[in-house]
Design a protein around this ligand. Structure first.
Ligand code: ADP
Ligand code: MG
Length: 586
């Protein structure tokens, strides 16, 4: 491996801006770090370069641990957005600067300079001053200068930032050519997905300090694992659907579209419909693909090659399924793009009615689809649905919050819920919260979030499961949640107080297994801690240590939960709690 990052964390004022990032970049690979502004890309790049230290984790270049080496000692070449050339030096002097510092002979320097100027297509420009060059040319010089001392790794931070579209494209091509010719391992940071697609062997998408997913561009586009990647890499319609044994259902409409993997349990899922995978036809019978709903053209924009439009769903039931951040006000709209060919064979005008079909549906593996606030009366439900932490979480997940009044929650005297509960059930923290949680789990909820009225956003999320049957689901929920919360994840393993010396290696192995499974299966990086004592006491102690924490607790047995955790929930809660329930399969 050329670059290896192992759980790299960088905090500013206690908050992680680079959060537990692990990554391997292969020899000669062109890796693009893509993410919105503020997601931690530059900080991570600076950590690789040695321009900033890290608070946790290790960085290795070509198998050598460089975590504590200075930038000079790491042998990397750097290019930034602002050209950062020495103004008073000529192009030639700029390029030779690093070689001069390293006391190379003049003849060798000249030779290298010539070679580099050819490489970036600036032959003969040696004697120009930076001010006599265009922005694009200055960036070429910056690239040549970064490569002068033959670094083994090239790092570029938004190198096209200040250039206009045509120049960007030219410079893009140059950088790609140089990278190929030298076969130099390269990491480029950008917020522009088009740039990422054009350059990358592999793309890593960052948000809120976390590296969410990494993969080949077409794989990430076709089969994203997360909402964020689905919507950041290209446009995507996210719809809530029900997954059943036979396939995917939108509202009352079963859709037979090809779905990659199905698991048996019927539950709510998040489906990704790319705008170009949607077909429009005059009637349902004219569709060549699977019908999902009728709609009406809302708006059309012509963008040259493609026609972009918004289609309003006519089916109110289905419209309600459209998952969206801005709950009630969200218009039930699908984004659709059509090629010239499609436009010619079925011209459309705003206001026209259409049948909507879909060629391909991708179901996200996330276990967290939406939130259902549950309370015994309307007023309490209204209040809880406006909980700032919940509102923020739902907005980040681009999902909805549904309110549900269940009078039975007031006393839980054996009454059943009116219908099975979809998505994550949410209740307020109160003295009898444990009984409420249990009632909700008995009535179909698979996850329950318990929210105290006043909490600060968590900076640390503790993860624990009471037995192994809940492990997988707990990790999946933790991974999904942590993509939307800028907090550090810590798996807490707990062994009985009297655990003998001989049992300790077993405890440590369990931690390491948990960590690798989280990483490999769910893309979640987490820290691990081994504690001794009784689980409920130990977790309680940790949660009361500081306010900015949250607990994700996996269980597979309600009785065990009742016996162990009633006390934890009965004390005035300062932290939020997510209970993940997966009964053991018989
Ligand atoms: P990106 O390059 O993805 O836009 P950055 O890595 O520059 O993101 O920044 C990530 C976050 O870290 C931002 O919220 C930014 O304000 C914060 N940050 C970066 N550098 C510092 C610093 N030196 N001190 C405090 N906060 C910082
Ligand atoms: Mg940046």
């Amino acid at each position: 491996m050329s670059i290896t990052l192992d759980q790299v964390t960088k905090r500013y004022q206690g908050a992680p801006v680079v959060n537990d990032v692990s990554l391997e970049v292969a020899e000669g690979e062109f890796f693009v770090l893509l993410g919105p502004s503020g997601s931690g890309k530059s900080t991570l790049l600076r950590a690789i370069a040695g321009l900033t230290g890290v608070d946790h984790g290790r960085i290795a270049l070509h198998g050598k641990d460089v975590t504590h080496l200075s930038a000079r000692q790491r042998g990397v070449g750097l290019v930034f957005q602002n050209y950062a050339l020495f103004r008073h030096m000529t192009v030639g002097e700029n390029i030779e600067f690093a070689l001069r510092v390293r006391r190379q002979k003049a003849a060798e320097r000249r030779e290298r300079r010539k070679e580099l100027l050819r490489l970036v297509a600036l032959e003969g420009m040696d004697d120009r001053l930076p001010t006599q060059l265009s922005g694009g040319q200055q960036q070429r010089v910056a690239v040549a200068r970064a490569l002068a001392h033959k670094p083994q790794v090239l790092l570029l931070d938004e190198p096209f930032g200040a250039l206009d579209a045509k120049i960007r494209e030219e410079l893009r091509r140059t950088i790609r050519q140089v990278q190929r010719e030298l076969n130099i391992t390269t990491v480029l940071v950008t917020h522009d997905q088009e740039e990422a697609f054009a350059l990358a062997d592999r793309i890593g998408v960052m948000n809120l300090g976390r590296l969410l997913e990494a993969g080949k561009p077409h794989e990430l586009y076709a089969a994203p694992a997360t909402r964020f990647v689905a919507t950041f890499l290209g446009a995507a319609n996210l719809l809530l659907a029900r997954q059943t044994a036979d396939g995917i259902r939108f509202g009352a409409t079963p859709v037979l579209a090809r779905v990659e993997k199905l698991d048996g349990r019927e539950h709510e899922v998040v489906a990704v419909l790319r705008p170009e995978e949607i077909e429009l036809a005059p009637t349902r019978d004219n569709l060549r693909t699977n019908f999902i709903a009728n709609g009406e053209i809302d708006e059309i924009a012509f963008t040259g090659a493609l026609e972009r439009m918004r289609v309003r769903l006519a089916d109110q039931n289905l419209a309600a399924q459209l998952s969206s951040a801005a709950e009630a006000s969200a218009a039930p709209i699908l984004e659709v793009t059509r090629t010239q060919h499609e436009q010619r064979s079925f011209p459309l005008q705003p206001g026209q009615s259409v049948a909507i079909g879909v060629r391909r549906i991708h179901v996200l593996p996330t276990p967290l689809s939406s939130y259902t606030v549950c309370a015994s009366d309307q007023q309490a439900a209204d209040r809880l649905a406006q909980h700032p932490f919940l509102v923020e979480l739902a907005a980040r997940m681009k999902t909805r919050i549904v309110k549900r009044v269940e009078p039975a929650l007031a006393n839980m005297n054996g009454a059943r819920a009116q219908s099975p509960i979809s998505g994550v059930a949410v209740v307020g923290a109160r003295a009898d919260a444990a009984a409420q949680v249990e009632w909700l789990l008995e009535n179909g909820a698979a996850e329950v979030l318990v929210l105290p009225a006043h909490i600060s956003p968590p900076q640390r999320v503790l993860i624990h499961w009471l037995d192994d049957d809940a492990r997988r689901a707990t990790l999946a929920v933790a991974a999904s949640l942590l993509r939307h919360v800028p907090a550090e994840a810590v798996y807490v393993g707990i062994m009985p107080e009297g655990a003998s010396e001989s049992q300790r290696p077993f405890g440590v192995r369990t931690l390491l297994d948990a960590r690798s499974e989280a990483q490999a299966v769910h893309g979640l990086e987490m820290r691990t801690e081994l504690r001794f004592g009784i689980a409920a006491d130990e977790l309680h102690r940790q949660l009361t240590e500081s306010a900015e924490q949250m607990l994700i607790l996996g269980i597979s047995n309600l009785e065990q939960f009742r016996n162990t955790f009633t006390n934890l929930l009965a004390t005035p809660a300062t932290s939020s709690l997510m209970v993940v329930y997966r009964p053991a399969e018989k």
